[in-house]
Design a binder for this molecule. Sequence first.
Ligand code: GLN
Length: 491
Amino acid sequence: MHNKTLKELSALLQSKQVSSTELTRHYLDRIDASGHNAFLHVDRELSLAQAAAADARIAAGTAGALTGVPIAHKDIFVTRGWRTTAGSRMLQGYVSPFDATVVERLGAAGMVTLGKVNLDEFAMGSANENSAYGAVKNPWDATAVPGGSSGGSAAAIAARLAPAATATDTGGSIRQPAAFCGVTGIKPTYGRVSRFGMIAFASSLDQGGPIAQTAEDCALLLNDMIGFDERDSTSLTPEQGNGREDFTRDLNQPLNGLRIGVPSEYFGEGLAPDVESAVRTALEQFVKLGATLVDISLPKTALSIPTYYIIAPAEASSNLSRFDGVRYGHRASEYKDLQDMYRKTRAEGFGSEVKRRIMVGTYVLCHGYYDAYYVQAQKIRRLIADDFQAAFADKCDVIMGPVAPTVAWDLGSKSNDPVANYLADIFTLSTSLAGLPGMSIPCGFGAGEKNGKRPVGLQIIGNYFAEAKLLNIAHQYQQATDWHTRAPEGV
Ligand code: GLN
């Protein structure tokens, strides 16, 4: 049952071969028995009440494609009823009085919340080792990281603890964990998915999206996730192109004539040979499907790391000032005066990576440094976006390359080396800085099996609003290959 896709489960629900209550129980039992530390919070009663409501809807004939299908929410989306921690001690025990728009919309479509899944603290990280609630284990190899920050979301799909999960991507956090866990994820164009109720990390970059087994499942989820929200000040309007659409509409389009840009910067020094070989084999598969490969250049790629690691901390330092011991979550138990309370609360509540970013962010926003760092980074951000536009203008329709330079690394091997983590984001950051949509689909496994296989992800990047095209391309690949159907041993 749990190896079925969302699409298949939906069909079983609609034809009443299985009830949402049965399905929900099945996944909750699997979650209880699992040892990946993917889930931070489950509440059987709440989930089963939602499942009963979905069953009633199916019986009444008012169900949609997602009704009754269980989903796990990244614990950065606030949820009424379920606790929300953002992976931080700062929000231990916090319960939001409202649902994030994404949670609300998927709930309105009849999806059943299975619980909240683990992540790097405030989504800062590439390995899920920055969670205050412990690292997540990669279901393919328990000695490997699952990727981050949406490590819980990707691990939950790979271990078949949920057929669908929400995630967020600020600099790669949907694509990279999807790649490391051998599952499918898409980060939409910035502004298409509401950020309301998605705890803010770097607001000009944060974007929600789905992780699931297949591109088709992601399309079904996006149908209900995307759309204007007046409660999010950067939400794109229907006039700007953010109307509701059916993302399944182009899934079956043939790929004849598709021009795939292959950036030389994504295949240079630093790319592990096992990743390169899996990605190149995938590119050849697209040629068999009728596409042509075009050499392109994205010359500012290397600058995306310093640029992102100035802009994201700058925004984070501002966003995280709200965690002051007064408004939400944790407050130090003993203090002399107000300043002392702020200081102790934040010292106790935040982990070291979050503190590092608050310090870097505060520094680059200081009078005297602002022009040298922050303003300069904003200028380079524009040049990075221009690189992509130059490629899309006349050379290619989409861009493909690796998601990350290596497969998942060993748990603990980079946990004390922030720069090593930052460098691993090289292929995902520029898409985020440009606000473009990007996808990760499984395309093979790396060499050097020690304790298990470690998956490789192919990245597909499109121009603004090209989500339906990316999903079409990914779906065609998944019709021709079976990487996305593989599950870790014993699952
Ligand atoms: N790894 C990047 C970071 O640490 C991206 C994280 C994300 O996309 N949330 O900031």
